[in-house]
Design a binder for this molecule. Structure first.
Ligand code: NAD
Ligand code: TDX
Length: 334
């Protein structure tokens, strides 16, 4: 058996990744290390726990705990992070602590015990692009220009991993992915917030003009890409993950409204996010050409419909936090 340590495995992408590995790779045993912050949810992984998947509730900044778990594993996939831009604008400190100090703690242990490490990062480290029309996209050579405390903390963690590869021989790869959607995404994020607003009788909320563009990828396509990089990627390399899913926020919201049987203008325009990145777009040629990865969820509308159905069918998963999340947005006029 191959032993895999997954940090942040009770969060959105981590939980989907664990489910994918459990189902598709029978030779793998998984230990999830997760602090179960507001964004981590035991119910996202409850059905997965058993002989091949166990959960350790703990902090990636806890050096002795991390050293013990890293020593006992073969490979590490590092998802754990504070992940929401809006929260990083209200209180950056947890982002510095978890995203930078936590990553440092993990790579120290992975170096010491000579373990394979894969670092999950984001396209946001590259800042933003002009609106479509000139076809420019992020590549692995794009300059780092993070805009928010969140993206700056992720950029910092990428830099630490790169330095540990070069200076200490850490056996690591990095991936920078675009915006994910799918089941188990916390309801603070754009798509699940709007779906659950409609399901709970609230109006969706669009920041500013709604012209900002995000490059959407289904979380299951992200999971397969991570597995491919972990098992076939070249040590020291960075891979960009994206599925050519560019859409404006306004267009995504109008699609949600239409699929949920509402009028296309049944939403509120609210205060824009300070420093709001205009556009993200990924050039994933390297991942496709070198590792043969390709996305399977290429029909965004049907992926979105399935996601709407999931939130509709799993109200017990999100209902308890809905009032709290909306009250917090309301305090910021969002
Ligand atoms: P999430 O917020 O849904 O989940 C994060 C998980 O990490 C939670 O389970 C939380 O409890 C855990 N965690 C937080 N702090 C911790 C700590 N100190 N110790 C241990 N566990 C801790 O995030 P997500 O959307 O699943 O993102 C996962 C990773 O993917 C992050 O590194 C994020 O930067 C990256 N990413 C996300 C997206 C996206 O669209 N969501 C896109 C690209 C990259
Ligand atoms: O209510 C909203 N209305 C709105 O218009 C919310 C919550 C967001 N937005 C806009 C802001 C963004 O342009 O929608 C877009 C998507 O917002 P988020 O879901 O907050 O995602 P984003 O800021 O793009 O970052 C996401 O993708 C990259 C993830 O949260 C990050 O973890 C990942 O690194």
């Amino acid at each position: 058996m191959v032993r895999l340590l997954v940090t942040g495995g009770a969060g959105f992408i981590g939980a989907n990744f664990v489910a994918y590995v459990l189902q598709s790779h029978s030779e793998v045993e998984i230990t999830i290390l997760d602090k179960l912050t507001y964004a981590g949810n035991r119910n996202s992984i409850a059905k997965l726990l058993g002989s091949r998947v166990k959960l350790v509730v703990g902090d990636i900044c806890d050096g002795p705990l991390v050293a013990k778990l890293v020593c006992q594993t073969d490979m590490i996939v590092h998802f754990a992070a504070e992940s929401h831009n809006d929260n990083s604008l209200s209180n950056p400190w947890p982002f510095i602590q978890t995203n930078i100090v936590g990553t440092y703690t993990l790579i120290q242990a992975a170096t010491k015990y000579h373990k394979r490490f894969h670092h999950i990062s984001t396209d946001e480290v590259y800042g933003d692009l002009p609106l479509p029309g000139n076809d420019v996209k992020f590549t692995t050579t794009s300059p780092y220009q993070p805009s928010s405390p969140y993206s700056a903390s992720k950029a910092s963690s990428d830099m630490l991993v790169r330095a540990w590869i070069r200076s200490f021989g850490l056996q690591a790869t990095i991936s920078n992915c675009s915006n994910n959607y799918g089941p188990y995404q916390y309801i603070e994020k754009f798509i699940p917030r709007q779906i659950t607003n409609i399901l709970s009788g609230r109006r969706p909320k669009l920041y500013g003009s709604g012209n900002n563009v995000r490059d959407w990828i289904h979380v299951n396509d992200h999971s397969v890409a991570i597995w491919d990089i972990l098992t076939k990627g070249r040590i020291g390399e960075t891979y960009l993950i994206g599925a050519n899913g560019e859409m404006s926020n306004k267009a995504v919201l109008e699609m949600i409204l239409r699929l949920m049987g509402k009028s296309q203008d049944a939403y509120d325009i609210v205060k824009d996010r300070p420093g709001h990145d205009l556009r993200y777009a990924i050039d994933a040629t390297k991942l496709r050409d070198d590792l043969g990865w390709q996305p399977r969820y290429t029909d965004f509308q049907s992926g979105l419909q399935a996601t709407i159905n999931w939130y509709s069918d799993h109200q017990d998963w999100w209902q308890a936090d809905k009032n709290k999340v909306e009250a917090s947005y309301a305090r910021k006029n969002q």
